[in-house]
Design a protein around this ligand. Structure first.
Ligand code: ADP
Ligand code: MG
Length: 695
């Protein structure tokens, strides 16, 4: 095997390759674009394109593709070969124009009504801040995607804009504080990714997994996660082989895969990379999810990224570790040794506190999905109520600022292990609070409410935009201050006083918190349709428009797309359930009941005195349930038809939630209880025991 340092980034057109292959002036011009966002000249692009093509062809590529992130939730790519006719033959060519701009037909991507089909044109534009790479014989070029008339149609563009905004506003504050050497600020993200691995042969027998990514029926296995023996448990050989190949694939693409371990639920695992700038972290997370699935196939496995593949065991999420740092290498969310006298830290901290309080609805909205709705508030993920956890030390400091008294930092305590051979070590300043949706973890915030399949561009552009907006207000409040230190201190105090309700250090899973949060006036939006009814609230539209992230029309389109997607997903799930119920489950129950009846009759034929109570009782019970099951299947069909007839997308999504989804739950309950009574031989789908413990 190639050594890891050589393997790492070997399929990436990274800085080292650029340095080697580009003329000095071109390299410098490109770096200026990458680092300072300066516009790129076409003559530079031509040279870069040619060097990229030569490098890609050497790696066996014949094609290039603009790779983008439309509103579908998955990445998109269309491949063009490098060939150009030349006499009787062809040569391989790639121009700056082709590198910079692509024109995929945009009409089949969701646009939320922005575009009519007759304006089919869309543009992809090269994002030079995220490096190109090769995969499966193609050169992949990360791009942004917009319509012919300039409306954004993807997830990357608002992210890039929000990073710019945050940089601009943070730099202004830092200059005010005297740090004039800082010229740029970047947000950084490290996403921890959870997933399930199940056997491909079993997966293939489950139409629900194939069509919807989750099991729509399935009685509980006798064992779940109650023994807590899977989390961090020893990794099985087959899974270990998968993880090894996955790491190598990711490393070769320059992805900093770092940690791997078993998660709480059986068959559940996690991968965490080392953090990078938000944009690259987003591209890398999209790639990671895709490669997780592809590598699984090679091992006879299927990687499930759905938020709730199995009822009764934990679903999968994604933790978005987020921070801000300067081009001089300083982490702006690092409290330092003496946070009490670190005005800069306190300013940035209170900007985040204010942002999370004022835009708690947006943070909830950004993690809403049909899949994630199963988790939030289900005592396995943070609740749907957004709040912040600061940890004991920082909270003590914040409380003393609010009270206006003095605070003495205790420094970090040493942890004494009490065992000679084990070294003593310093304790972290903040303990973990696994129940908090938004937790401070030493020098970053961990937004923990994301679903496993989410494109992290969305929560991050929300987060960046709201914090940028708060910083710009801070700048206005401080820019003319006579005594900056005093003014900044007052601003920090006023902000923390006004927004302290968002801070909660206790158990977010408890019922007391739900009541307390309501008393504090915090929002508790349980489902996507409920959350999205707030997306277009005036203050939210104003936020995005004021910061030039999206226009009002684009926001409306986004809202429309999310509501439509939700309705479609629930509809597909409901139709799949009906299909399973009618084509397989009901007939299977009939077959089993008739086998039981045959058994009872043959026993009686042998001798009238042989007892047949077992058969009769089962026949009675199953037939009763089956009646109910068939009736509920019909009711579900009616509910689907009812929801489908609604025009308004908000009402429609709500009907899918309240009418269709609720009915699906009822149907499932009866189905699962029939599975419990049936012979495994007759039940048409592999049971949970095999799915969860089969690898
Ligand atoms: P924890 O122990 O709190 O889970 P880790 O150090 O294990 O923290 O990191 C968890 C994730 O957070 C990793 O992906 C890591 O790269 C990321 N992370 C660490 N520092 C930062 C930072 N400054 N900005 C963004 N993400 C970070
Ligand atoms: Mg963590």
């Amino acid at each position: 095997m190639t050594k890891v340092p050589e393997l790492f980034g070997s399929r990436v057109f990274n800085d080292q390759v650029m340095k080697e292959r580009l003329p000095g002036t071109t390299y410098k011009a490109l770096k200026k674009t990458i680092e300072n966002g300066e516009a790129l000249d076409i003559s530079v692009a031509n040279v870069v394109a040619n060097a990229m093509k030569d490098w890609a062809v050497e790696q066996g590529c014949t094609h290039f593709t603009h790779w983008f992130q439309p509103m579908t939730g998955v990445t998109a790519e269309k491949h063009d070969s490098f060939i150009q006719p030349n006499g009787d033959g062809v040569i391989m060519e790639f121009s700056g124009k082709e590198l910079i701009k692509g024109e995929p037909d945009a009409s089949s991507f969701p646009s939320g009504g922005i575009r009519a089909t007759f304006e089919a044109r869309g543009y992809t534009t090269w994002d030079p801040t995220s490096p190109a790479f090769v995969r499966d014989g193609s050169l992949y070029i990360p791009t942004a995607f917009c319509s012919y008339t300039g409306e954004i149609l993807d997830k990357k563009t608002p992210l890039l804009r929000s990073m710019e905004r945050l940089s601009t506003e943070a730099v202004k504050i830092l200059h005010l504080l005297g740090k004039t050497e800082v010229t740029r600020v970047a947000t950084t993200v490290g996403p921890e990714q959870e997933y399930f691995l199940i056997d491909k042969e079993l997966y293939d027998q489950r139409v629900d997994l194939k069509l919807t990514g989750r099991t729509l029926f399935g009685a509980k296995a006798p064992k779940g996660q109650e023994l807590e023996d899977h989390y961090f448990g020893s990794i099985k050989t087959r899974v270990a082989a998968y993880m090894k190949e996955l790491d190598e694939e990711l490393w070769s693409l320059g992805i900093l895969a770092k940690t791997k371990h078993n998660e709480v639920a059986p068959s559940q695992h996690e991968l965490a990379p080392i953090f990078s700038t938000s944009n690259i972290a987003t591209d890398h997370n999209e790639l990671t999810m895709e490669i997780m699935k592809k590598v699984a196939e090679k091992h006879g496995l299927v990687c499930l990224l759905h938020e709730k593949p199995f009822k009764g065991v934990n679903g999968s999420g994604k933790h978005n570790n987020w921070s801000i740092s300067t081009n001089t290498g300083e982490n702006l969310l690092s409290p330092g040794k003496h946070p009490e006298s670190n005005t800069q830290f306190l300013l940035f901290l209170s900007a985040v506190v204010k942002a999370v309080d004022e835009y708690q609805d947006l943070l909830r909205i950004t993690v809403a999905s049909a899949g994630n709705d199963h988790r939030l508030g289900a005592n396995e993920a943070p609740p749907a109520i957004i709040s912040m956890y600061l940890g004991d030390d920082l909270d003590a400091l914040v409380q003393s600022i609010i009270r206006g008294d003095s605070y003495e930092s205790h420094g970090r305590e040493r942890m004494h292990t009490g065992v000679e051979v084990l070294a003593d070590f310093k304790k972290d300043n903040s303990d973990r609070n696994r129940t908090s949706p938004f937790a401070f973890t030493g020098n970053k915030f961990e937004f923990r409410a994301l679903g496993s399949s989410l494109n992290i561009a969305c929560p991050n552009y929300m987060l960046n935009t709201m914090v940028a907006d708060e910083l710009s207000q801070f700048y206005e409040a401080l820019k003319d201050a006579q005594d900056l230190e005093t003014a900044a201190r007052e601003l920090v105090r006023d902000t923390l006083v006004a927004h302290q309700r968002i801070i909660f250090n206790g158990d977010n899973y408890s019922d007391e918190w739900v009541a307390e949060a309501q008393r504090r006036g915090l929002l508790n939006m349980k489902s996507l349709p409920e959350a999205f009814s707030h997306f277009l609230d005036r203050k939210n539209v104003d936020l995005f428009v004021r910061n030039s992230i999206c226009t009002e029309q684009e926001l409306r389109a986004r809202c429309e797309i999310e509501l439509e997607t939700y309705a479609k997903q629930i509809r597909i799930e409901a139709l799949t359930m009906v299909d399973m119920a009618q084509k397989n489950i009901t007939p299977a129950v009939t077959a089993y009941v008739s086998a039981l009846a045959d058994a009872a009759l043959s026993k009686k034929a042998l001798s009238e005195t042989i007892p047949v109570n077992v058969e009769l009782n089962l026949i009675r019970s199953l037939s009763g349930k089956q009646e109910r099951f068939v009736a509920l299947t019909e009711e579900l069909q009616d509910a689907i038809a009812g929801a489908a007839a609604i025009e308004d997308s908000q009402e429609k999504a709500m009907a899918y939630r309240e009418k269709v989804f609720e009915k699906m739950e009822e149907l499932r309950e009866v189905g699962d209880s029939m599975e419990e009574e049936m012979s495994e031989e007759y039940w048409p789908y592999p049971p949970y025991t095999d799915l969860l413990f089969g690898v």
